[in-house]
Design a protein around this ligand. Structure first.
Ligand SMILES: [Zn+2]
Length: 277
């Protein structure tokens, strides 16, 4: 039995990016910084990214994981689909992987163009970075596990972040855990390790369509301390801000690129079924 990737394209497909073109997007010469801010510890913020712009997430002051949500700026029903991205690319993503949207849209919302942790690979315990296996921490699970109400989990930070855009808790979705090192142990259970990012590490996304993004600085900080279980402790000392820079690319850099269209399935779902004879 083969353990090759199940999801394989038969021909040229949007799964594979033109590395020359997207490599150019990662060049920093000629970029214009249009916005820059830091997200303080245990908080969240949302921001817009026009199509063709680049977002850099960077560690500031120390290792810190961030929980990122992404929507089509003009239609929040189209949003990041972590599970399918995991199948189309990998459970941990890096340069030239793409972050796909939900059905019935199914197009790359963003493409990863630069990742200073790309050489982390897989460590001796099976840990890898930029995690799609897990999702955001949330106050409901926390209450269930430790019977404490805590309002600054990533889920809540994202809820507050998107409120100015009239989005709610129901719009928060499974995240990409940027800078987060995770894996599955020998019992097939999810583990989290200390974030390997150092100050100045970054992760860059190219916006394929107009986007709304929101990021939470996880209250678990660098995840070096257990948040649940017998040895749980408050990891506030391990928390750091995350910096966000948004760049406009020079016009000529975008030549050869066009925003992706929605998947072109007819969308009928056999609601008027064919007779198979
Ligand atoms: Zn979190």
């Amino acid at each position: 039995m083969s353990t090759e990737a199940a999801y394989q394209a038969q021909a040229e497909s949007p799964l594979t990016v033109d590395r020359d073109l997207y490599g150019r997007f990662a060049e920093t010469d000629g970029r214009t910084l249009v916005d820059s801010f830091e997200i303080p510890i245990r908080s969240g913020r949302a921001w817009e990214v026009p199509a063709g712009h680049v977002v850099r997430l960077r560690t500031v002051g120390g290792p810190q994981v961030g929980d990122l949500n992404i929507w089509n700026r003009h239609d929040p029903r189209e949003r990041f689909w972590a599970a399918r991205t995991r199948q189309l690319h990998a459970a941990h993503v890096t340069e030239f992987d793409r972050l796909w949207s939900t059905l019935p849209f199914l197009r790359p919302l963003a493409t990863i163009i630069s990742d200073t942790l790309k050489n982390y690979g897989v460590d001796s315990e099976g840990g890898r970075v930029h995690d799609l296996l897990g999702t955001r921490c949330d106050p409901y699970v926390n209450k269930m596990l430790v019977d404490v109400d805590f309002d600054y989990h990533c889920h809540s930070n994202l809820v507050r972040a998107i409120q100015p855009y009239r989005l709610t808790e129901f719009d928060v979705h499974d995240v990409i855990n940027v800078f987060q090192c995770t894996g599955l142990n020998s019992d097939d259970q999810y583990f989290m390790k200390t974030c390997p990012a150092q100050p100045g590490d970054h992760f860059e996304l190219f916006a394929e369509i107009d986007l709304l993004m929101a990021l939470s600085t996880c209250p678990g900080g660098d995840l070096s301390l257990p948040m649940w279980g017998e040895n749980a402790q408050d990891p506030v000392e391990t928390c750091h801000p995350i910096g966000v820079d948004i760049y406009k690319l020079p016009e000529d850099a975008l030549q050869g690129w066009a925003p992706p269209t929605r998947a072109n399935y007819t969308g009928t779902h056999a609601i008027n079924p064919v007779q198979w004879a």
